[in-house]
Ligand binder design. Structure first.
Ligand SMILES: [Zn+2]
Length: 400
């Protein structure tokens, strides 16, 4: 088998160092290191102190144990350090080369592969952060509950096991498959942005792990988020002629947005508009001096057309200001693989944050998005087992 080693890659210095030494030797090395490098190593020393879990074998029980450990460690976006440490040490115990890529302070992506070939034909990737609040792990009947149980720690666990089984059977070798687990997917995609800009590895095909009910996502909608704010003049509501009502300007504009035609896609269906937040006025007897709304269009097609419609409705009005907060193109993915069903998805993923050119992009994973982010997030245990089989078949397809 290959030497067990940790590689630390620092995005600022691009310095890469390899260890196969015990932690005590790393600490003594630290004494001699310069102060700038010392802080980098201190990050690594913290990461390295987590003891690796005991691997039994690539069995179903150890898959469940690994999945359980991932869920038991809270990792709400911004606080992914502990889970990154655990995952890194676990991958190291599988004799993978493991890199921690710093994203921001105490936030690391984890990249792992066999041997020395950082560029691989296939990339398996998912995210290690979750939405709040943390929900504890529990098993009830055929289901596993807990935050991240489906989104996306199920994908992480199952991808790692598919990889481990294939490597153990020597179906895959050096340069075939890499594993990338990123932070921040649930917030701003910063982990994937950092990986695609400065990890410096390349892949031909990527399989993104998110809950897709074990079907291949045909794509997912993009996003257009706009904040509309209107300024008026406050006055006594008995004398409206003395003021300017901000809501009387805002409400008709929102009605126009609701009645507008948004682009549709044969593949992804209609674009949909949600007026998710409205904030206006101070009291029923006061003419409101300010009104504001946040609107979110899930874009199925033609982001430019969405932009034009927004501009035509919202621009050119006195006292109306609008800011486009998010603009993300819809994503069309590869989904025609023998033996797989397909599914249309409305949720966002890290895929738009992966800027590297890929020949194929797949979206696949255990569990359903309908329970993700909710108070009863769960995954069916059978989905985990079936997911290992699904990822294995997908990897084989990509390597053909
Ligand atoms: Zn997710």
């Amino acid at each position: 088998m290959l030497e067990c080693s940790i590689v630390i890659s620092h995005p600022c210095t691009r310095q890469i160092s390899k260890f196969s030494t015990p932690i005590t030797m790393r600490l003594s090395w630290l004494v001699f290191a310069g102060s700038a490098i010392a802080s980098l190593w201190q990050d690594q020393v913290v990461l390295g102190t987590e003891s690796a879990p005991q691997l039994k074998s690539e069995t179903e029980s150890s898959l469940l144990e690994f999945h359980k450990n991932l869920i038991t460690i809270p990792s709400v976006s911004g606080n992914e350090l502990a889970v990154a440490k655990y995952l890194g040490s676990y991958l190291k115990s599988l004799n993978l080369t493991v890199e921690y890529q710093k994203v921001t302070k105490n936030r690391y992506n984890v990249y792992a592969y066999l041997g020395n070939k950082r560029n691989t034909t296939v990339l398996l990737t998912s995210h290690i952060d979750t939405v709040p609040p943390y929900l504890p792990y529990k098993v009830e009947g055929s289901r596993i509950y807990g935050r991240g149980s489906t989104d996306a720690k199920a994908s992480v666990a199952v991808q790692v096991f598919a990889f481990a089984q294939m490597a153990a059977k020597k179906v895959i070798g050096e340069g075939d498959v890499g594993l990338l687990y990123v932070v921040g997917e649930e917030v701003d995609g910063r982990g994937m942005e950092t990986a695609s800009k400065s990890l410096g590895a390349q892949w031909e095909a990527a399989i993104f792990g998110e809950p897709t009910e074990l079907k291949l996502g045909v794509g997912h909608k993009g996003a257009y988020v706009v904040n509309v704010s209107v300024n008026g003049t406050a006055a006594h509501s008995g004398y409206p002629e003395l003021g300017v009502s901000a809501t009387e300007t805002l409400v008709p504009l929102l009605a126009q947005l609701l009645n507008a035609e948004w682009p549709t896609s044969k593949l992804l269906g209609p674009s949909t508009l949600n007026i998710g937040k409205i904030d206006a006025g101070v009291a029923a007897n006061v003419i409101p001096a300010h009104a504001e709304a946040q609107c979110f269009v899930r874009v199925a097609a033609d982001l430019d057309a969405v932009d034009k419609t927004m501009t035509s409705i919202l621009s050119g009005h006195k006292n109306v200001k609008y800011d486009v907060l998010t603009k993300v193109e819809p994503q069309y993915l590869d989904y025609q693989v023998p033996g797989f069903d397909s599914i249309v998805l409305a949720y966002a993923t890290d895929i738009p944050h992966m800027h590297l050119q890929l020949q194929k992009r797949y979206l696949y994973g255990p569990g359903t998005i309908h329970v993700a982010h909710g108070a009863n997030e769960y995954v069916e245990i059978q989905d985990l087992y079936d997911g290992v089989d699904g990822y294995t078949r997908l990897i084989r397809h990509c390597l053909e």
